[in-house]
Design a protein around this ligand. Sequence first.
Ligand code: PLP
Length: 474
Amino acid sequence: MSPSAPSISQCLPVVLPSVFQCLPVVSPSVSQYSPCLPVSPSVSPSSVSQCPQSLPVPPVCPVWQAAALCVGPELLQQDTIPEDAKARARRLLGACAGHSAGAYSASPGIEAIRQDVAQFLERRDGVPACPQNIFLATGASDAIVSILKLLVFGEGSERSGVMIPVPQYPLYSAALAELGAVQLGYLLAEERAWALDIAELRRVLAEGRRRCRPRALCVINPGNPTGQVQSREDIEAVIKFAYEERLFLLADEVYQDNVYAEGAAFHSFKKVLAQLGPPYTDTVELASFHSISKGFAGECVAPGQGGGHPWVLGFRVAGEAMGGGRGLNPAVPPFPPLFISPIISPIISPISPPQEKQAVLSALAQKAKLTQEIFNRTPGIRCNPVQGAMYAFPRIDLPPRALQAAQAQGQAPDMFFCMRLLEETGICVVPGSGFGQKEGTFHFRMTILPPADKLQVLLQKLSAFYTKFVKEFS
Ligand SMILES: Cc1ncc(COP(=O)(O)O)c(C=O)c1O
């Protein structure tokens, strides 16, 4: 770094704490600081971002081609566009009013696509799915916030409390802060590979009931940032808990395609609930979320680019949830007409042959193992098995002098570590404090998406930096 370049901490904007709570982004924007960063030929700062498309994961072309054809149907005459993309586009345009992607659809999304989604869910779960319970929107984020808006109401001790995991994907804490809901964080059991812990759910619920009205319970499976895949038994136990305690369930399943650890399998809440049968099926209210932005060939579309990310919401008991006196907020906007529905089709009719999908998943499994091995070989770092999603969330021991140095700078200790890492190596990881963690523990999140050779170099550099950091502050 040149002597005159500002340090990263000097570049940080000063924000009010209340504003900061509502910010879902917890890592510094690397491009903002890029003038201050050291250049590393093997590890570019963006290589640890969470978006597959910012890494060398090729875009799913027929999807984009189909989307382009829907907005520019004259391109259907072009010979260079593959027939697969044309067939997708013709079918989708046929389902739009006036054969135009610009026409309003029904509020929950284009009917034909909702039918496709229902078929996809039936194939996935082996239990019936009803198109009327499916809503399409512009991304899981939008969907989750829309549902939370329905669930948050009441004043004082009647204000809605929402149980969310700790650590959690910060969309939840940000949305709950914005809605003024009471956030009830339940700890995932790190010592059991981030499993759900029913005793902890009971503890948090009982504590929450003293100050608010807990109305909903969110589960993220597979986990972000923790990379765990919940067992069928744990999902069953959570459904029974929600039934007993009359909690609305939100199942964030956007990483359902990214399950690769040996012995791990994705079980949807919808399937497990259906298999449990009555009285659970009659009573438990469940909204589950899926998105194409995080599939095994994820397509992260920048918000605002062509309408954002499409998502699928399998809304198990929409009728009861919305009509049952649960305080439907009239200010909730209708689910947006889905201009970009074409992109959702790869979930329903996959583009890549199964062997290709398997190859991507095997590569992820290998990279997950590599990550665990290198971290667990480093004294002071402990990394749980990465079973799914695309993140590792290792725990780091930080020496007391590092804690003091962080305090002197007004930073959380893991933020201090991550900033030093970024400044000295160009590697950007996200501090655990941005996701929430058990008090007195420190973590960071990194993605395992970079190609294996680059990931190996990155992990070795990170491990070496950690060892040097601990020495410096010991
Ligand atoms: C757990 C989780 N839920 C929801 C989302 C948001 O999905 P989308 O990109 O469809 O808005 C993300 C994105 O990173 C996520 O990690």
